[in-house]
Write a protein that binds this ligand. Structure first.
Ligand code: FE2
Length: 425
């Protein structure tokens, strides 16, 4: 394999430019290289930002790209009606359609610099077609992108007698992470059982945990406190993630203060999903409209690890999206009032390093000896990457360029001599 030398790279948390030498798919040296080895391809990035790949820690690849072919429209705009539509559509879903759609979105991820993904796979369909398809796909694309699969009981574990058995079957089929959906159970008691069951299974099978939890605007939905308790008592918090948790937005402030303290004590991970949840939750509250996103800034300030996920790409829950985490970051920083200078850095962490911690990734980051995965932005700073929604000019996987993008060039022709606009100073 040809060596690769990235010249004049701006890494995060430093103002100095550096070079990055990649040999045999591994970061060999990260320092100024005067004499690169023979047979080295050189890319001079002229001070642009170079980072590890972006991570999507929360998506549903089994449902992507079906928005235009669903049997009916969502009249209420709610999560609950979206789930009903998905349930009506599921029997018509084929492995071929599912895999083709997911594969297409994987190419979109690559073009957007996303090379690590945690996807949920619905385990409440008796065929377990979703799990089977995604387990196959994970293997088929492993040279391009790393995928983790969560077994996700979309309709709850205790709403049908067979759901627990199906979740156990999914574990045997090779999922990496065990999920739950306590707020979708029929009773509060079943919701508590849902969380406890997920912890029992994860403990027994040595799996990570990622539970869709309190994904509602209802401030009385408080299963996240059960998750914090189980994490603390079993010492499993670093392996556990609470996803969505939109009810937290509407909690009483005193209760939220106590809860966030327990999430920090548990060392749990949390994932927010701005685009879908801004639209799906608190639909009944009228004005003032709730933003329905968990309190990311408060949690980060108190030491909880928080990441941003895309959740949906043109699916029953959210009909837009193009697998670009910079869009989600942009939404989060606005909806969460997170535009302070340090918070913009936190926002960038939330689509990179924080997610790496959530997914328990090793071999992630631009460090000598690590697998050489990186992306090069068409901007020099994190602030500008967010402002410009920058393109990734290069995406590099295991030392190989797997995607190149030429940013748009806008030519102003209203004067005799044309000029060009790139929105940079
Ligand atoms: Fe989700």
């Amino acid at each position: 394999m040809k060596n690769l030398l990235i010249k004049n790279a701006k890494l995060r948390y430093t103002n100095e430019l550096t070079d990055i030498l990649i040999c045999d798919g591994v970061f060999q040296k990260i320092k100024t290289i005067a004499d690169p080895p023979a047979d080295t391809e050189i890319i001079d990035v002229a001070g642009n930002l170079v980072t590890p790949p972006i991570i999507d820690p929360h998506v549903h690849l089994d449902a992507v790209l079906v928005a235009g072919i669903l049997p009916r429209k969502n009249k209420t705009g709610t999560l609950l009606e979206s789930i009903d539509i998905w349930s009506e559509w599921k029997p018509g879903l084929t492995k071929k359609t599912l895999k083709e759609n997911a594969r297409k979105v994987i190419d979109w991820y690559i073009a957007n610099g996303v090379l690590r993904v945690r996807t949920h796979a619905d385990t409440t369909d008796p065929t377990l077609l979703t799990v089977e398809s995604l387990v196959e796909l994970k293997e088929e694309v492993k040279d391009l992108i790393d995928i983790q699969i969560v077994g996700f009981p979309q309709d709850g574990i205790y709403t049908r007698p067979e759901n627990l058995g199906l979740l156990k079957e999914a574990i045997a089929m090779g999922i990496d992470v065990i999920g739950g959906a306590p707020h979708l159970e029929y009773t509060r008691e079943d919701g508590v059982r849902d969380v406890e069951t997920v912890f029992d299974l994860a403990e027994k099978h040595d799996k990570l945990i990622d539970i869709h939890i309190d994904e509602t605007g209802d401030p009385h939905s408080r299963f996240i406190e059960v998750m914090a308790k189980e994490s603390i008592l079993r010492g499993m918090g670093e392996r556990a993630t609470g996803s969505h948790t939109t009810a937290m937005h509407n909690y009483d402030n005193d209760y939220a203060f106590k809860l966030i303290g327990n999430l920090a004590k548990a060392k749990m991970n949390m994932i927010v999903n701005p685009s879908a949840n801004l639209l799906l939750q608190s639909r009944m509250s009228g004005y003032p409209k709730s933003r329905a996103i968990a309190r990311a800034d408060d949690m980060l300030a108190r030491g909880v690890n928080v990441s941003i996920g895309h959740d949906s790409v043109m699916d029953p829950w959210y009909s837009l999206g193009k697998a670009n985490l910079l869009q989600q970051a942009f939404l989060m920083l606005h909806a969460g009032h997170m535009n302070g200078s340090e918070q913009l850095q936190q926002i960038f962490d939330m689509i990179t390093t924080n997610s790496a911690k959530t997914l328990h990734l090793d071999n992630y980051g631009i460090e000598e000896g690590n697998q050489a995965d990186l992306i090069i932005f068409d901007a020099a700073t994190e602030d500008d990457v967010l402002r410009l929604q920058s393109e990734c000019t290069y995406v590099i996987r295991k030392g190989k360029i797997i995607c190149q993008t030429t940013p748009a060039r806008r030519k102003l022709t209203y004067q005799e001599t044309p000029s060009y606009v790139d929105f940079k100073l």
